[in-house]
Design a protein around this ligand. Sequence first.
Ligand SMILES: Cc1ncc(COP(=O)(O)O)c(C=O)c1O
Length: 380
Amino acid sequence: MKTISKSKSKFIPVNTPKIYKDEKKYVNKCLTTGWISSEGKYVKEFEKRFSKYINKRYGVAVSSGTAALEIAMKSLNLKKKSEVIIPNFSIISTALCVVKLGLKPVLVDVDPKTWNMNPKEIIKKINRNTKAIIITHIYGFPVEMREVLAVARKRKIKIIEDTAEMIGQTYNKKKCGSFGDLSTFSFYANKHITTGEGGMILTNDKKLYSKCISLRNLCFGSKNRFDHDDIGWNYRMTNLQAAMGCGQLNNISKILKRKREIGKRYISILKKCKKITIQPYKNKYATNIFWVFGILLKNNKTISRNKVVLQLKKRNIQTRNFFYPMYKQKILKKLKIFKKNQKFQVSDDLSTNGFYLPSGLGLTNSEIDYVGKTLLKILQ
Ligand SMILES: Cc1ncc(COP(=O)(O)O)c(C=O)c1O
C-alpha cells in the first residue's frame, strides 16, 4: 500500500444531485400560486407521467421509498405470520415494512455475480406460507427475475418490485418496476431522479391502487370523512416535490446517459486492478445504470476496506460502505424472527469489503479520474 499525504484538493461528496431549469420553473409556479401542499396539479401529473414512463397503469406518489414499501406491503392485506421473502442485503426499510405488519421476513443471500438476490435461493425458500416476495434491484443492475416471476405467478405469490435504485433501468428491454404486482420507487436526493425526499408506488390493479391511495392519506372515511376506514399514514407527497419530479422526468434520458458515462469512465480506469471486483457492466438482460459505483475488495488481506476508505477520506474523497446484512441487525435480532444458524456468505463479504465511490450527477470527469487513480494508488 502506498502512503498518501493529506490532500488539499476539493472535497468530493459521495453524491451531488443535478437540478435543471424545468424543476426551478415548476417549483416557482407552486410558490407563486400558493399550491404548496399535497393539493395541486403536479402530484397527479407526476403520477401520470411516471407510471406511463415505467409502463404501469396507476401511480401513487408518497413521501419516501420507505413509505412506498410500507403502503405497498399493507395493501396486500396478508394474514399475520405469512412469509415474505426479502433480500438479506438491502436497506432496512425492506425488513421493516414486513415486521411492522406482524409478517415473517425470510432472508435470501446474494448472487456473487450481480450483487442482487440469488434467484435460485429465492425459489428454494418458497413454501406454502410464502405470500409475497420483495424483489430488490441493487446499485444499478437488475435481479435475474425470469424464473422467480414464473414460479410466483404459478403459486399466486405477490411480487413487490423495489425499484428505488433502478429508475429507468430495463430488464430484457422492459422497464424495471413494470414486473411487480406493485413496484416501489424512491426519489431521495441521490436517486436517478429526485424530488428531495419522495417515493412512488405503481400497479396495474385498480383495487390495490385504491387501497394505496387511501393508506397514503390516513384512510379518511368513505362515508364520514373523520370516521377512518383503516389504520393509514400521512405519507403524502407535496405539490412542490411533484413539480420537481416532473422537471427531473423531462431530463431522465440525459441523466441515465451521464450515469452510464460515469460508470464506464470508472471502469476504464479500474479494469486492470486485480484487487477489486465490480458489478457487471452488461449481460444478456441489462446494461448497468450505476445508481452508485460499487467496489468490492477481494479478500487478499493486504488492506482492509476501512483502511482504504480512510485513505480516500484523507484525499477528500467521500465514500459509503455497503449495506449491513439484515440478519446481523441488532434491532431485528431482538425480534427473534430469523432462523438460527443460517449462513449468508456473499452478503457478509459485500458488507465487510464493499463500499461505493462518488457517483452523483454533479461529478466532473476530472473528479472521476482523480478518484479512480487515487484508489489505484492506494491499492498498489
Ligand atoms: C433498495 C432501496 N429501497 C428503499 C429505499 C428507501 O428509500 P427512501 O430513502 O426514499 O425511504 C432505499 C433507499 O436508498 C433503497 O436503496
